[in-house]
Design a protein around this ligand. Sequence first.
Ligand code: ARG
Length: 463
Amino acid sequence: MTKKPWQGRLEGKTSIDLERFSESISFDHRLYPYDIEGSIAHARMLGERGIISEEDARSIVGGLERIRNMIDRKEFTWDPSLEDVHMNIEHALTEMIGDAGAKLHTGRSRNDQVALDLRIFLREEVRGVASLLKGLLGALLNKAEAHFGSIAPGYTHLQRAQPILISHHLMAYFEMFRRDLERFRAMTDRLSESPLGSGALAGTALPIDRESTARELGFSGLTRNSMDSVSDRDFAAEFLFAVALCQIHLSRVAEEMVIWSTSEFAFVRLPDSYCTGSSMMPQKKNPDPAELVRGKTGRAVGNLISLLVTLKGLPMAYNRDLQEDKEPVFDSLDTLTGSIGIMTALLTEVQFDTVRMEAAAAEGFSTATDLADYLVARNVPFRQAHEIVGRIVKRCIEKSWELQEMPLAEMRAFSELIESDVFESISLRSSIEGKDLPGGTASGAVRNAIKEAREYLDQIPDR
Ligand code: ARG
């Protein structure tokens, strides 16, 4: 068993049960590139400030770089009795370079170290998520452009409501994910303050230079309170919220892919490469990936709740509870990146049955509101118009007519103001083109939305 750094104070061996219970190396090894980056910056600063010799600093940096290579090449063995990534690396360093290695932790605590590592980790990963979201937005925009002009039924309460352009529906998704992208981008600000130098909780009396490590590590400033720095995980909670909401958005799109691909709807054909079959029923083609994206939303929401509850009621400053921050963060990140990847591919390859969608839009009195608006234009108060059209629809249902199939004479029995031009007003096309306001579904408005979206996307960095 490896010697623990606290061997001076505690007598006897740590119980094996406790080691197993308290280790985090099985998951926090993932932080190693950032842990090493942080340690290198810290060691260089210690050398520059004369807290350790330049020579020791150089040998620490060299040792850490070798360790990083070993880990990169999977030639490094993680030792669970050394608890976490920080102690594993420090221990390996001291084995490798001797006493100089034992100077690395001067003026530092694992408490500010882990706060630093997780911040750098998220700073990098948030960039990755943003670039995946850019890809998803691009896929939606391409589809919206490809289907520009095609008509679909728009729903409220999952009942046919009013006709819309398919592109308008796709651009609604675009807006959801644009907000997600912006949420991830905005997190960068709060991730740009370095907690390094906060020590265990109170800072350090050694003459370290927080500014120089912050600069070297790409931060734009320093956290302002050492106690807050080691106990703050707001940035992780924000990340988990942004992931949960984005995953919820993905689940909404996934759900529509699931219902639209049923034979009841049959609005879309999902690519075979993103479907699975049944082990028993030979005819089946199941939208499992979309269902999994929908299902994984539970984990993403659960991870957010998990961290929030962990943080609740924590006294100042660092508490070991905080070790519970990492698994939710890693799991949410992996869940989200996997889900975005699958949905991007699915949305790129999905085929719309535009003929069937337009036919569905023509059914179910979807232009009844336009008929009411027709009467409004002839000075009928909207409430009265609503009632007249309601009675017309009732009559149509009795006769099994769609609105357009009702003879003019029948219609005029409900209102003398209705004339033969009504049929043009209640056509799908004019219903859609009528909604020519910013944010509306008329082709001009949708064309503007697509153009704005393209410009927006072009100025988002790829990475
Ligand atoms: N593995 C710990 C964590 O993830 C590192 C900090 C441990 N600090 C301590 N004082 N025990 O939070």
